[in-house]
Design a binder for this molecule. Structure first.
Ligand code: BES
Ligand code: ZN
Length: 405
């Protein structure tokens, strides 16, 4: 009955939706609570997951993000492709899928969610010692020197092509098999960059390490969007992990690096990629997201483990790895639905994990502004520790006998 009501409601109002579309509103999934707080119209919602569907006008988008950021929270949203957004049945199906994943994770939390107890491995320790904070400083400074890396900027792919060239130069002497690709998207002119290090014995089993390469600024126009912390930091961490891995022997499983396009416009790049992977039934074991790693708001060497829309067994693995190799203080925290690209993968049923620079409350207050630049407020040591943790994650999972808990 509820479904019928929603479907009828949708058909009646669908033409209205098209009209709203003309005023550049976007069909999105976002946190129900956040949307209610800004009095956005709720078209459908799911109470279990706390996720709702609405059309977001530019004004509502601004309110959603600025209000959330003022409260020290994220104002995430995921733009749905037209194929999903113009049929209420598929939206309800998406809610059902999301609910299933959510309930499974909640059930896991009540039982044993431990990855096997892992052992210290000398080759991982050795690789971690090669991570250099000075390399990160150099790369964050370089990426944030582009006037803007936004998808709507004059040259949205200039930095992407340079990142690709840099990565390919490191890979020239690596003995393993590798691939480097620019991924085109239907929803944005910006391209995602993917570098694949093929696994030797289990090439079809994939570990994804990702982060968004775009930046944004509320002020738009010509003022620029340096995005040093958000997210030159995560993009640079990925480059540094790749650089170190090109000095190691190939792993058993495949490691894919993804620099996603247009996250700041509603997870556009990652949503397309995760959906394609799911439809191709790709065997992705885990997805780690690096988005903001250089502002030590909760204190240097204290980071957050984002617990919502991420996967319990990966929380456990990350904490075990931290104890063995890095020694950070890790605090559990939430960031709301679709605060970053891991949500795209989570919605497709993949396991995700997000090590974040601080608790959300203490995160960098300068993001999305011209003030998000390299400054003494950023700590490359902090960012290097998150890089080490992520590298340990990749090496453990890509070489372990075990592949889940
Ligand atoms: N890096 C930020 C926020 C963030 C916070 C990511 C905590 C991961 C953990 C991200 O790029 C961002 O600005 N997200 C937006 C939503 C996005 C869909 C535009 C936000 O949270 O407001
Ligand atoms: Zn970000």
């Amino acid at each position: 009955m509820k479904n019928i009501f929603l479907t009828v409601f949708f058909i009646v109002t669908n033409s209205f939706a098209h009209q709203i579309e003309n005023f550049s509103s976007k069909p999105v999934l976002a946190s129900l609570q956040d949307l209610q707080d800004i009095n956005a119209p709720i078209w459908a919602s799911d109470k279990t997951t706390g996720v709702a569907f609405t059309y977001l006008t530019p004004e509502l988008q601004f309110q959603l993000q600025s209000q959330s950021h003022r409260k020290g929270k994220c104002g995430g949203f995921e733009v749905l492709p037209p194929t999903e957004a113009f049929d209420m049945n598929s939206i309800l199906k998406e809610f059902e899928k999301l609910k299933k994943i959510h309930l499974k994770n909640q059930a896991d939390l009540k039982g044993p969610v431990q990855f096997k107890t892992i052992q210290h491995q000398a080759f991982i320790e050795e690789a971690l010692s090669r991570v250099q904070a000075t390399q990160l400083q150099e790369m964050i400074t370089w990426l944030s020197s582009f006037k803007s890396r936004n998808e709507m900027s004059k040259e949205p792919n200039a930095h992407v092509i340079q990142m690709k060239n840099k990565a390919e130069a490191w890979l020239q002497t690596w003995p393993g098999k590798w691939k480097s690709e620019l991924i085109d998207h239907t929803s944005t002119k910006q391209k995602s960059l993917k570098i694949t290090l093929l696994g030797q014995t289990k090439p079809d089993e994939i570990i994804v390490l990702g982060g968004h390469h775009d930046s944004t600024s509320y002020w738009g126009g010509n003022s620029g969007a340096p995005g040093a912390d958000d997210n030159a930091s995560g993009s640079s961490n990925l480059l540094e992990i790749l650089r170190v891995l090109t000095e190691q022997k190939p792993s058993e499983r495949t490691i894919e690096f993804m620099w996603y396009a247009a996250e700041e416009s509603g997870l556009l790049g990652s949503a397309e990629i995760a959906k394609t992977y799911q439809s191709q039934k790709k065997d992705v074991i885990a997805v780690l997201q690096l988005d903001m790693t250089s502002y030590p708001g909760s204190g240097e060497m204290t980071i957050a483990n984002i617990t919502d829309f991420t996967t319990p067994w990966l929380h456990d693995l990350m904490k075990q790895l931290n104890q063995l190799y890095v020694g950070l203080k890790i605090v559990d925290d939430e960031c709301g639905y679709a605060c970053s690209d891991h949500a795209s993968w989570y919605r497709q049923g993949y396991s995700t994990v997000v090590p974040f620079e601080s608790t959300s409350e203490k995160m960098n207050p300068d993001i999305h502004s011209t003030a998000d630049v390299v400054s003494p407020q950023l700590s490359f040591r902090h960012s290097a520790a998150i890089t080490q943790l992520s590298l340990a994650f990749a090496l453990e999972l890509a070489n372990s006998e075990q592949r889940s808990f």
